[in-house]
Design a protein around this ligand. Structure first.
Ligand SMILES: [Zn+2]
Ligand SMILES: [Zn+2]
Length: 347
């Protein structure tokens, strides 16, 4: 999937590029103008250029600078095919879309006189203006430093490619094809995941089968870069799950007077992986354990006594300091993928 955002000056030929991509290259089409037309009508405003600018700036200020195009990107991504978003007008939009990936910004431009003649010929309801007004309108949009407001010139500077459209439609079509061809050549090579990424991804898949929503955690234990066993958090076999009958809470009073709440219905993911090894007669000595967050105190003790040498946790557990200290004393290496605490409710 490739999502092309189109930016460019008025009358440059964005519409021609869009038509070509839609009809000849099977791109799906998502339009800010359509989005705004609906909103302008809903607010009972006149459908002219000023209304569009006012409503667009208002939506961007109230939601986020990139609200409209973010909505359109979501629709395009859900559809999953190559798509065009017309048009990109604020720098905040470009920044947001770039973060989402699979995104290319295409700018279309042409000489101002040529563009003015084109929009006069087009004669749409928003375009009945003289050349000076046309130039003045543009200058207003060009000069705005606010990332929430329209700034075509700044957007065009951010474009991955700019097509100059001073010639014929055939020339423009050829330019579009050249640009699509270059994209294919530049397609990023497949990136092979590292071993830690590979096993942590498997750990995430295993965790999907967890049955306690206080932390749907998973665990994979590997040795010599081969998977030995896996486990996820859930009740002992044949006993009801939290997802079916609710949690089974116990409060723990700590020495400093604080009280924490724990669900004790479940066997932890790490414990289930160790149980699987016990059932199958698999030695875990010298292995590496991948898990969702810092193992709890009990799991940490079991891990140490299984002879596991390294633990890789995706996130930190808010009460993981004790386990960290035990691993340190026992000589078990503990690595984090993300150096942040995983938050969940009612901990
Ligand atoms: Zn539970
Ligand atoms: Zn545990």
């Amino acid at each position: 999937m490739l999502i092309i955002g189109i930016t460019g000056t008025l009358g440059a030929g964005k519409g021609t590029v869009v038509d070509y991509l839609r009809t000849q290259r099977n791109f799906a089409y998502y339009s800010v103008r359509q989005f705004l037309t609906e909103e302008v009508q809903r607010r009972g405003m006149k459908p002219n250029r000023d209304s569009f600018v006012t409503v667009a700036n208002d939506l961007r200020a109230h939601h986020s600078p990139s609200y409209i195009v973010d909505e359109l990107y979501e629709r395009a991504a859900k559809n999953g095919t190559n798509a065009i978003i017309e048009s990109i007008r604020a720098t905040g939009e470009v920044e947001s879309l770039r973060k989402k990936g699979s995104f290319v910004l295409l700018a279309v431009d042409a000489d101002p006189r040529t563009r003015y003649e084109r929009i006069k010929l087009r004669g749409s309801e928003t375009d009945h203006i003289d050349y000076d007004t046309f130039v003045a309108n543009e200058k207003r949009e060009f000069d705005n430093p606010d990332p929430n407001k329209q700034n075509l010139q700044a957007c065009m500077r951010m474009a991955d490619i700019t097509l100059l459209n001073n010639g014929s439609m055939e020339q423009l079509h050829a330019e579009v094809d050249r640009f699509l061809g270059e994209l294919k050549d530049d397609a990023p090579a497949h990136r092979r995941p590292s071993w830690d990424e590979y096993f942590m991804d498997l750990c995430h898949s295993v965790a999907l089968r967890a049955t306690c929503n206080r932390g749907r955690s998973g665990c994979v234990i590997v040795k010599d870069r081969q998977i030995l066993v896996s486990g996820y958090v859930g009740s002992p076999s044949h006993l009801p799950h939290c997802d079916e009958v609710g949690h089974l809470f116990r409060k723990t009073l700590h020495e400093d007077g604080t009280v924490s709440t724990h669900c004790v219905r479940t066997v932890h993911a790490e414990q289930n992986a160790i149980c699987q090894a016990a059932r199958r007669g698999v030695g875990l000595e010298g292995g590496t354990l991948y898990c969702t967050m810092t193992p709890c105190r009990t799991c940490a003790m079991l891990i140490i006594n299984c002879g596991i040498q390294r633990v890789v946790a995706d996130y930190k557990y808010h009460a993981g300091a004790e386990s960290e200290e035990m691993f340190r004393q026992a000589g078990v290496t503990l690595d984090y993928i993300h150096n942040e605490v995983l938050e969940y409710q009612n901990k």
